[in-house]
Design a protein around this ligand. Structure first.
Ligand code: ADP
Ligand code: ADP
Ligand code: ZN
Length: 217
């Protein structure tokens, strides 16, 4: 199954991807996670992505498409994957169609977790991420059992440097101008579904799974 998880920054893509990975045993491919790993490791890719990410702008399409093309060629993607945070522009969506065409695959489903912008800054600013396993929490909406400590692995949590109210303004603007047009794009392709992302985490998961069980693959 080739699943695309769409949604504005802070909508809940990463949180939901974790459940879908567990259930469908296919990898999550998060371009944001790939860029953060590259920044941490100080690679050429990381150096290139860093300034865009810090200001909340999109990394240029050629760079982003290149890393996704390489990732989708890996063996663990054969049975499918969950794209989280890609595509974010029409150019990326066109490139993805081409890559899948070459692989003889198609998009099974685009799941848009729809959340109005007034919710998103609070979600992003309260987000905390595990340093070791990447699990995502929220100080108010999904707190860990012990403050600042990962339930899964006991490691410390951290706050992403781009999860500030001011960077979120740019990220939301980038979403509106570059990513929102993908809603019509995927509606026209006949693969689009929308889920109400204002609901609880558990209810959003339930709705996603309901859509996915009706998808023919
Ligand atoms: P969020 O989870 O809040 O949506 P991500 O972790 O997906 O954020 O992305 C963090 C940053 O990484 C983005 O603000 C952007 O700079 C960069 N990025 C991630 N995915 C893409 C993409 N598909 N195209 C361009 N830039 C991207
Ligand atoms: P994205 O990957 O789309 O940027 P995340 O999954 O990282 O979003 O979620 C952003 C923040 O909002 C996290 O702190 C997460 O715990 C929290 N969150 C996710 N889904 C919900 C929800 N349905 N209700 C309230 N908070 C949520
Ligand atoms: Zn952890």
């Amino acid at each position: 199954m080739q699943i695309i998880l769409m949604g504005a920054p802070g909508a809940g893509k990463g949180t939901q991807a974790a459940f879908l990975v567990e259930r469908y045993k296919i990898p999550q491919i998060s371009t944001g996670d790939m860029f953060r790993a590259a920044v941490k490791n100080g690679t050429a890719l990381g150096l290139e992505a860093k300034t865009y990410m810090a200001s909340g702008k999109l990394v240029p399409d050629t760079v982003t498409i290149g890393i996704v093309r390489e990732r989708l060629a890996e063996g663990d993607c054969k049975a499918g994957f969950i794209l989280d945070g890609f595509p974010r522009t029409v150019e990326q969506a066109d490139a993805l169609n081409k890559i899948l065409d070459e692989q003889g695959k198609k998009i099974s489903c685009v799941l848009n977790i729809s959340v109005p912008s007034e919710y998103l800054i609070e979600r992003a600013v309260g987000r905390r991420v595990c340093k070791s396993c990447g699990a995502t929490y929220h100080v108010k909406f999904n707190p860990p059992k012990v403050a600042n400590t990962c339930d899964n692995c006991g490691s410390d949590l951290y706050q992403r440097t781009d999860d500030t109210a001011s960077t979120m303004q740019n990220r939301l603007a980038a979403y509106e101008s570059s990513t929102r047009p993908l809603i019509d794009y995927y509606k026209k392709m006949g693969v689009y579904s929308e889920i109400d992302g204002r609901q609880t985490i558990a209810k959003v998961t339930e709705d996603l799974i309901n859509v996915l069980t009706s998808v023919k693959d």
